[in-house]
Design a protein around this ligand. Structure first.
Ligand code: IVH
Length: 700
C-alpha cells in the first residue's frame, strides 16, 4: 500500500504537521493532506498493527483536522477520518439486496474430505493438478461492502444470503475498513466485496466483563458479540467496541468503459493482494498458494495447531481454487460454490453431566448460579464448573440437574454450556430451584424490573462484605500484593478483618504462627498495605466497587473533583454531565454518595492515611506523560515495579503489557531479558534506566 519512500515521506510530513499544530491552525488547503496523513496512520494501526506514532500524536492530528473542518465545513469530504463518528441513533436497518447472493461454503473435516474435494475439482476441470489458495476462516459475522467511484456507499449483513440489513453507519466505525479506496486506478467502477467482522479475544473479554458488570448476559462467543454489535442502534457504542474486519472475496465488479480486466483479478490470491494494496485488511499475509492438495493438507494442520496464538478466533481454513476462470468453469450448486471448501477445525466442545448448581453471592449482592459438572477436558483445559448466569438463562437452556450438557470453549474464552441434551434424559433429572433467600445470610432476594439478576439486598451480607474486600485489594484496584482472595477469606473467618477500613487496622501480631505466614510474608503484606494508601484516587474509586463503575468511569470521576467527598454535593444531573455517565451509572454513583455509611467509611479511610484528594488537580498539573506508554522489566535498583508503574500512571502514562511499536519507553533493571532484546530491534522504543526514568518524571 505505501512504499518505504512514501512511508518515510509521510512520517516527515507528520512531524511537520505536529509542529505546525503547536504554532497555529492548519490552513484550509492543507486539510486534504492532513486527512491523508491520518488515513496513513489508521492503516498502520488498524491494518498493519504497527503504528508509527503515539496515540496522543494521532489525537493531536485528528483534533487539528476536526478544528480545521469545523472552520471550513465546505472542505469536509465524506471519507474524512472525522466522518466515521456517527451522531444519534439508527432507527432501523433497511433490508437491501446483495448484488450477488452470498452463498455459504461446503464443509470438510479431515484430510480425506480434502482429497475428495480435490478429486472432484480435477474431474470437473479435466486438469491433473489444481492450484489452491488457502486462508483462515474467520469466525465472525459476514458482511458485504459496496464501493462506487472509490467511495464506500453501502454495507450490509449477510441476512438470508439474498437480502441483508443495511448497516453502513455501523460499518463506518470499523477503522480497518477504509471509507474510500482507489479502485478506479484499476479501472473499477463498482465493486462488491465480502468479509468478516470480528472482535479480538482481548476485547471480547473486556466487553463481556462490562456486560456482566452491567447485569446483562455475557455473549457466548466473539462471533455472537460481533454480530450483535453490528446491529446496535447506537453506533458510537459500536465504535467503542473496537471491531475489526478482514475482507476476502471480490464478489462483483464493473469496469469503466473500455477498461481491461485488471491482472490481479484473474486469481483469488491476486484479488487478496489487490485489496491489501488498496488499504484493506485482507488475509494477504496469512494466505498461501499450493499446487495440488498435499501442501494444503499440511498447511491447514499447521494453522490449526497454532490457532490459540492468534489474537482473534478462527474456526477453520478456506480452500479456494485460485484461478478465476477455473472457478467459473466449476460453477456452483444452489447452496455453495464448487470451487471452494471450508476445512473446519475440531470444535472445542465436550459433553459432561450437570451434577449440581451452587449459588454464589457477589460483591454487589448478585446471586450467580454456578453449574458443577463432571470434570471434562475441553480443548486442553479441564472444566468442572461453569457459570450459568441467571434464572432466565437456566430456563432458556432448559437445564436440569442430572442432564447431559454440551460444553464449548471458544479460544481462551470462558467455557459455556451450549445446550442440554433432553434426548438423553432418564426421568431422574431434577429441576433447578432458584433460592428465594440469600444462600449466605438468608436475607430476602430482590430483582429489579428489566434485570435478569436476583440480588441479596442486605449490605452487611457476609458474602458481599468479603467480596467487596477481595475486590478492594485486587491488582487493578488497590493492588495490595500478598493479600489476595484466599487471605481475605481466611482473615475474615478468623475475625481479623470485618470491612474495608479494617484492612488498614490489621493486627500483624495475630498473623504470627498462622500456617504459611512467616515474618517475610508479614513484612511484605505490611508494606503492600502501606503502599496502597498512596494509590491515585481513581484506583480508590474503582476499588470501592460502586456498581457500574469500571476503571474508565473511575478515571472520569477522579478527574471531576479535587476531593472524593465533593461527590456528596453532586446532583444526579451534574453526574450525568460527566463523560459516559448515563442515568444508570449516574444513579448508582448518586446512591453510593447519598448513603451515610459509605461517607463514614470514606472519612475513616482518609483518617487512616488514604488519599482522597485528586493530587494532580491540587497541583494544577495535567500529567506530562499523557499519551506516553511504558513497560518495566527486570529488577529495578530502588523502586518496586508496582511503584514505578504507579508513578508513570500518575503523570498520565500508560502501562503496556508487552513490547511492540506502540511502546514509547522500556525501563530496564537488572536481568532484563527478552523484552529488552525485542525493544532493541524497534527503533522507536526508548530504553531507560531507573535513574533516567526518574529524571523524565521530574523526581530526580
Ligand atoms: S469465502 C463464495 N472466505 O464462512 C465464497 N468465507 O460458510 C464466499 N468465512 O458465510 C465465502 N472466512 O462468512 C470465505 N476466508 C473466508 C472466510 C469465509 C470466514 C465465512 C463466511 C461464509 C462462511 C462460509
Amino acid at each position: 500500500m505505501y512504499s518505504p519512500e512514501q512511508t518515510k515521506k509521510t512520517q516527515l510530513a507528520t512531524n511537520e504537521f505536529l509542529k505546525l499544530i503547536q504554532s497555529g491552525a492548519v490552513a484550509p488547503d492543507q486539510l486534504e493532506e492532513l486527512r491523508n496523513l491520518l488515513r496513513f496512520h489508521e492503516h498502520r494501526y488498524y491494518v498493519l498493527n504497527d503504528p508509527l506514532i503515539a496515540d496522543y500524536e494521532y489525537d493531536l492530528l485528528y483534533k487539528a483536522l476536526e478544528k480545521g473542518e469545523a472552520a471550513h465545513p465546505e472542505k469536509i469530504s465524506p471519507d474524512s477520518p472525522t466522518q466515521r463518528v456517527a451522531h444519534g441513533l439508527t432507527k432501523e436497518f433497511p433490508t437491501v439486496q446483495h448484488l450477488v447472493p452470498m452463498l455459504s461454503l461446503d464443509n470438510s473435516y479431515d484430510a480425506e474430505d480434502l482429497q475428495d474435494f480435490d478429486r472432484k475439482a480435477r474431474e470437473l476441470t479435466g486438469l491433473a493438478e489444481i492450484e489452491y489458495c488457502v486462508e483462515p476462516k474467520f469466525d465472525g459475522a459476514s458482511i458485504s461492502l459496496i464501493f462506487e467511484h472509490d467511495q464506500l456507499v453501502r454495507a450490509a449483513t449477510r441476512g438470508d444470503g439474498v437480502e441483508g440489513d443495511e448497516i453502513t453507519t455501523n460499518i463506518r466505525q470499523i477503522r480497518s475498513i477504509p471509507l474510500s479506496a482507489a479502485f478506479s486506478t484499476y479501472g473499477l467502477q463498482q465493486v462488491e466485496i465480502r468479509g468478516e467482522v470480528l472482535i479480538n479475544k482481548r476485547n471480547f473479554k473486556k466487553y463481556n466483563d462490562q456486560l456482566i458488570e452491567q447485569g446483562e448476559d455475557p455473549k457466548a462467543n466473539p462471533r455472537n458479540m460481533a454480530s450483535g454489535t453490528l446491529r446496535l442502534k447506537d453506533s458510537s457504542e459500536v465504535g467503542r467496541r473496537n471491531l475489526e474486519a478482514f475482507v476476502y472475496h471480490v464478489s462483483y465488479y464493473s469496469l469503466k468503459e473500455g477498461a481491461p480486466v485488471p491482472a490481479p483479478l484473474t486469481t483469488h490470491a491476486g484479488s487478496l493482494q489487490l485489496l491489501w494494496e488498496l488499504g484493506f485488511r485482507s488475509p494477504e499475509q496469512e494466505k498461501q498458494v499450493f499446487k495440488g492438495i498435499d501442501g494444503v493438507i499440511k498447511y491447514v494442520a499447521a494453522f490449526e495447531a497454532g490457532r490459540d496464538n492468534l489474537p482473534y478466533e478462527i474456526d477453520g481454513m478456506v480452500i479456494k481454487v485460485n484461478d478465476f476462470a477455473l472457478q467459473e468453469k466449476m460453477g456452483m450448486t444452489s447452496h455453495h460454490p464448487r470451487w471452494a471448501i471450508a476445512f473446519k477445525f475440531k470444535a472445542r466442545q465436550a459433553t459432561s453431566k450437570l451434577l449440581n448448581v451452587e449459588f454464589q453471592v457477589g460483591r454487589t449482592g448478585a446471586v450467580t448460579p454456578v453449574a458443577k459438572l463432571e470434570p471434562v477436558a475441553v480443548g486442553g483445559v479441564t472444566v468442572s464448573s461453569i457459570s450459568v448466569h441467571n434464572e432466565e438463562y437456566i430456563l432458556e437452556k432448559d437445564l436440569r440437574i442430572g442432564d447431559h450438557v454440551l460444553i464449548e470453549r471458544a479460544g481462551d474464552v470462558i467455557p459455556q454450556i451450549v445446550k442440554s441434551m433432553p434426548e438423553l434424559r432418564t426421568g431422574e433429572e431434577q429441576p433447578i430451584h432458584f433460592p428465594k433467600n440469600c444462600p449466605v445470610c438468608s436475607g430476602p432476594l430482590f430483582k429489579e424490573e428489566e434485570e435478569a439478576v436476583w440480588r441479596c439486598t442486605n449490605i452487611e451480607c457476609p458474602a458481599q462484605v468479603v467480596e467487596r474486600m477481595i475486590h478492594f485489594v485486587s491488582k487493578d484496584a488497590m493492588d495490595m500484593r500478598g493479600f489476595g482472595e484466599a487471605n481475605v477469606r481466611r482473615f475474615y473467618e478468623m475475625g481479623l478483618i470485618k470491612d474495608i477500613p479494617s484492612l488498614y487496622l490489621l493486627d500483624f501480631t495475630k498473623l504470627k504462627g498462622i500456617e504459611g505466614f512467616g515474618q517475610k510474608s508479614i513484612d511484605n503484606l505490611q508494606s503492600a498495605i502501606e503502599l496502597s494508601k498512596k494509590q491515585p484516587l481513581h484506583r480508590l474509586i474503582y476499588a470501592l466497587g460502586i456498581r457500574f463503575v469500571g476503571e474508565t468511569t473511575a478515571k472520569t470521576l477522579a478527574q471531576a473533583v479535587s476531593h472524593l467527598l465533593d461527590f456528596k454535593d453532586f446532583s444526579l444531573e451534574q453526574l450525568q454531565h460527566l463523560e459516559d455517565v448515563g442515568p444508570k451509572v449516574g444513579g448508582s454513583i448518586y446512591q453510593f454518595f447519598s448513603n451515610a455509611d459509605n461517607i463514614t467509611m470514606l472519612t475513616e479511610l482518609e483518617k487512616l492515611g488514604l488519599t482522597l484528594k485528586n493530587e494532580k488537580k491540587q497541583l494544577g498539573g495535567t500529567g506530562n506523560l499523557t499519551g506516553q506508554t511504558f513497560l518495566f522489566t527486570g529488577t529495578l535498583p530502588t523502586l518496586k515495579r508496582s511503584q514505578a508503574e504507579a508513578m508513570a500512571e500518575e503523570q498520565g502514562g500508560q502501562i503496556l503489557s508487552g513490547v511492540s511499536a506502540k511502546l514509547n519507553y522500556l525501563v530496564v533493571g537488572e536481568d532484563a531479558g527478552s523484552k529488552l532484546e525485542k525493544a532493541k530491534k524497534i527503533n522507536s522504543v526508548k530504553i531507560l534506566t531507573e535513574d533516567e526514568f526518574l529524571q523524565l518524571i521530574g523526581k530526580k
